[in-house]
Design a protein around this ligand. Structure first.
Ligand code: HPA
Length: 249
């Protein structure tokens, strides 16, 4: 799993075996966003072995797409079969409240580029089918885990922007009309690369704020981190429960 903003403190129930800072892993980049740890963690949720990328690099930091998606290709080469991506997002759907969660049923890529742009990858498809990016079976397990742990989990469409500025209220109105339920600045590159590598993919957003123009105040990264901090206990339970249900399935 990849832990983004909103999920950095979600490992309290993980029995950690090994932690390796990204700086010690060839090709991995140190993480530049406050609130992101930047290390690979190996451990167990109960009896279930889990590999966690704690913190990610973002396209808005100025790196090329192939650099920010490199860890996904490495893990795919090492033989992982399933990937859970997490992120913080602004809620566009009027039913969403700060502190809710959303599993991704689909996405809209408005980052202005595609992580598969560039030379073809030998042995992998050039034109990747994205009809079903997010795995239906894994989504059902996520819903079950949310029920077990009483997490308010919606299901919707995530729209990815380049960032790093937050959106204008006019953009949020437009994104809502395009069919987006939440907006963020990550996840889509990793999801597309993971699908090219044949991994099953699921993704969860922590709705840390109402998107621009829908709430009362201004948006800030510290507000995003504060909501995430409040939710860490619930998220830890949820991830553990998900892993146990996933291993049984
Ligand atoms: N917009 C974009 N990215 C975000 C937001 C938002 O409102 N909240 C957390 N990440």
């Amino acid at each position: 799993m990849v832990l983004g903003s909103g999920f950095q403190h979600a490992l309290t129930l993980l029995d950690v075996a090994v932690e390796i800072p990204y700086g010690q892993l060839p090709g991995f980049m140190s993480v530049g966003v406050s609130g992101h740890a930047g290390k690979l963690v190996l451990g167990h949720f109960g009896k279930v072995p889990v590999l966690v990328l704690k913190g990610r690099t973002h396209f808005y930091e100025g790196h090329e797409m192939d650099r920010i998606t490199f860890p996904i290709r490495v893990l795919a080469e090492f033989g992982i079969r399933s990937l859970l991506l997490t992120n913080a997002a602004g809620g566009i759907n009027r039913k969403y409240k700060a502190g809710d969660f959303m599993l991704l049923e689909d996405h809209i890529n408005l980052m202005g580029t595609n992580p598969l742009r560039g030379p073809a990858h030998l042995g992998l498809p050039r034109f990747v089918d994205l009809t079903r990016v997010y795995d239906l079976k894994v989504n059902e397990i996520l819903k079950k885990a949310a029920k077990q742990t009483k997490l308010r989990l919606h299901a919707g469409v995530y729209l990815a922007t380049l960032g790093p500025s937050y959106e204008t209220p006019a953009e949020i109105r437009a994104f809502g009309r395009l069919g987006a339920d939440a907006v963020g600045m990550s996840t889509v590159p990793e999801a597309i690369v993971a699908r090219q590598c044949g991994l099953s993919v699921a993704a969860i957003s922590c709705i840390t704020n109402l998107a621009a123009g829908l709430g009362s105040g201004q948006l800030s990264h510290s507000e995003v981190l504060a909501i995430a901090e409040q939710k860490k206990g619930a998220v830890a339970q949820f991830l553990k429960s998900f892993c146990e249900l996933y291993a049984k399935s």
